[in-house]
Design a protein around this ligand. Structure first.
Ligand code: PEP
Length: 250
């Protein structure tokens, strides 16, 4: 089985509901037969409307987060079951902004992953080092610890619903992109960790996306690397034309 190629967008905290519907409508009209899986991650409040709008299209919908608790007295939180009930099929977890600004640690993320999978959501799990860690040559140990801390407890069966996204934090929203060589090197390393933990076949079937200032200009070169299966796109996913050009590059 050839692994799935994917371009996923992460809208973050951008777009009102009306703006989000307008962007999703444009994408629906333009993206008919993509060469890869296409996913858009939207704010919670958009999910039900956007999932309904895209239900017969080539585009799947993701939440950008879910709660680490099943249900109950957690004011303001949104559970994995609630996300699934909107028609969203994916959940982005472990994004560096959630780790940095909302203090999501390995244990919290492990709970979120468990609950997302238990509610039949597929998980796009983000890992990646900060600038100081890259400068100190510690990127490999950082991504290894992130995997061991939150997702390497999963069974091989559960792992089938995991997509990894390597996102060097120093490249997110900064305009700095990892070179294709830097990205390929660590993607291959991540795949080797999956092979060590599960087996070579599981590793070969695992989709690993690159994220961090990936845009319509650099996507083709990044995607030509053997271990880069697509992209997780922030800023460029907010403009239909740019996001569509990245999909076309995959
Ligand atoms: C992201 O936040 O997942 C991301 C990759 O952002 P950007 O493309 O804007 O760097």
């Amino acid at each position: 089985m050839a692994r799935i190629k994917m371009v996923a967008g992460n809208w973050k905290m951008n777009k009102t509901l009306q703006e989000g519907v307008a962007l999703a409508t444009e994408l629906k009209n333009d993206v008919k037969n993509p060469n890869c899986a296409v996913v858009i991650g939207t704010p919670f409040i958009h999910l039900a409307t956007v999932a309904e709008l895209l239900k017969d299209s080539a585009i799947k919908v993701a939440a950008e987060n879910c709660a680490d608790k099943e249900k109950g007295a957690y004011t303001g939180e949104v559970s994995a079951a609630m996300v699934a009930s909107t028609g969203a099929e994916y959940c982005i977890l472990g994004h560096s902004e959630r780790r940095a600004y909302y203090h999501e640690d390995y244990a919290v993320l492990a709970e979120k992953v468990k609950l997302a999978l238990a509610n039949n959501l597929k998980v796009i799990f983000c890992i990646g080092e900060v600038k100081e860690e890259r400068e100190a040559g510690k990127q490999n140990e950082v991504v290894k610890a992130q995997l061991e801390g939150s997702v390497f407890n999963l069974t091989a069966e559960e792992w089938k619903n995991i997509t990894l996204a390597y996102e060097p934090v120093w490249a997110i929203g900064t305009g700095l992109t990892a070179t294709p060589e830097q990205a390929q090197e660590i993607h291959a390393y991540i795949r080797s960790l999956v092979a060590e933990k599960y087996d070579a076949q599981v590793a070969d079937d695992t989709t690993i996306l690159y994220g961090g200032s990936c845009n319509e200009k650099n996507a083709a070169e990044l995607f030509s690397c053997p271990d880069i299966d697509g992209g997780l796109i922030g800023g460029a996913a907010l403009v239909a034309e740019k996001f569509e050009a990245i999909i076309a590059a995959r």
